[in-house]
Design a protein around this ligand. Sequence first.
Ligand code: UN1
Length: 506
Amino acid sequence: MKTNDDLIDLAREALGKLGADEELFVPDSALGARSPLSGQQLFGVRQTTPDEAGEAIGRARDAFTQWRLTPAPVRGKLVKRLGELISENAETLATLVTIEAGKIRSEALGEVQEMIDVCDLAVGLSRQLYGKTMPSERPGHRLQETWHPLGVVGVISAFNFPVAVWSWNTAVALVCGDTVVWKPSELTSLCAIGCHTLLRRAARDVGAPEDVHQLVLGAREVGEIVVDDPRVALVSATGSTRMGREVGPRVAARFGRSLLELGGNNAVIMTPSADKDQAVNSIVFAAAGTAGQRCTSMRRLIVHESIADEVVAKIAAAFHTLPIGDPFESGTLVGPLVHEDAFETMQKALGRVGEIGGEVVTGGERVDTGMGGAWVRPALVRVPKQEGIMLTETFAPILYVVTYADFDEALALHNAVPQGLSSGIFTTDQTEAERYLSAEGADTGIANVNAGTSGAEIGGAFGGEKETGGGRESGSDAWRSYMRRATNTINYSGRVELAQGVNFSA
Ligand code: UN1
């Protein structure tokens, strides 16, 4: 069991190994590095002043004028080096993730693996930023589209994926020719300092301008500067729907672009033909893993009434015996909630279950680990109807169970929430699986068959619909959000030819 002093030593050692700038750590600061393990401050971190944030955006903007002209495959070399440095320092970065986000070792290492994977993807992309050519309707003409770097990308990231979400944005933005200003969650400054340090080192190693990446640290005020500055072409923000409701219109008001990854209310449909052990194991990870603090965490189970009692009993038994405790200990599966407020929010949500006639089957109680943070046993809640508190996202491990009688009803329940991030169906019935994947099926950005809601691979586009914000990051063609498109008409006919047959000669 680690004390706060142990965590301070571990954090200092990790930051030292990464070569972080010691000047960023100060005894007194409004911004404190803290750990959900101890629930206490570790040490102060120098907060970025508003003037400094503006200057950082200015440096990123200046660096952009050079970076956009660097050939994309050469830009890829920076990301390749970053991926190598992350691989070499994976254990150290994972330690910072566990200290600041409370993730168990395996999940912290998994998050770092996502960074390595997305760097690989981005390096490949650096030779594949394809544009199309289209046949022109005019003789002696050619139509094509070209993709160009967009500008400065502001990345605003959340505490729960303190390093991976940054890397999805940054690795892709950099190969696209953009520069980055990163405002991480004020809860995970040390992770951010670690990543920033490695990226600047990668830039030095390959002779790229270090200013392509800027880190600004602090709370909301610092984020607002990034949101409102017209020099920031794209704001990629991950966080709550409440946050996105402010960021989206503010960026739109200055005709900037935004890419939003907001709240989810992710469900699994479990049908009578499902492989029950496969489903239950997947559900327990999706709902209780990361202490329910992924945006992809499973919040709702929509289960056929004929198997509901059996399935609820199995999940309850699993929740009941989940090893909860020090995330550094091997064998622990559930670490702490991020802070006491998260625990209070969870208790409030559980307190409202009665309003909709629901009952807590198991869990929800505080678990005393003697470490100081807020640990909780994941809660399983049965509700007669999907309404009230079940329609909002509570960022804590609560799994609501509702039953259905026929498949149409299951699909309707699935889509009857304001959020639309991720989802899954467990079935061996091909018709059900196909209907779930079809246009009348799941309305989420991520829809899985016989797989849970969380733990997406980086190769696909990540994001969701409705109140989740509509953005797509990471793989597939998500890179397009980080570039601007120009449509080009090239006339080699030697004549004036107008489209649509228009004649304008005297
Ligand atoms: C998030 O919770 O913000 O799909 C990101 C997943 C992870 C990413 C989650 N690959 O669960």
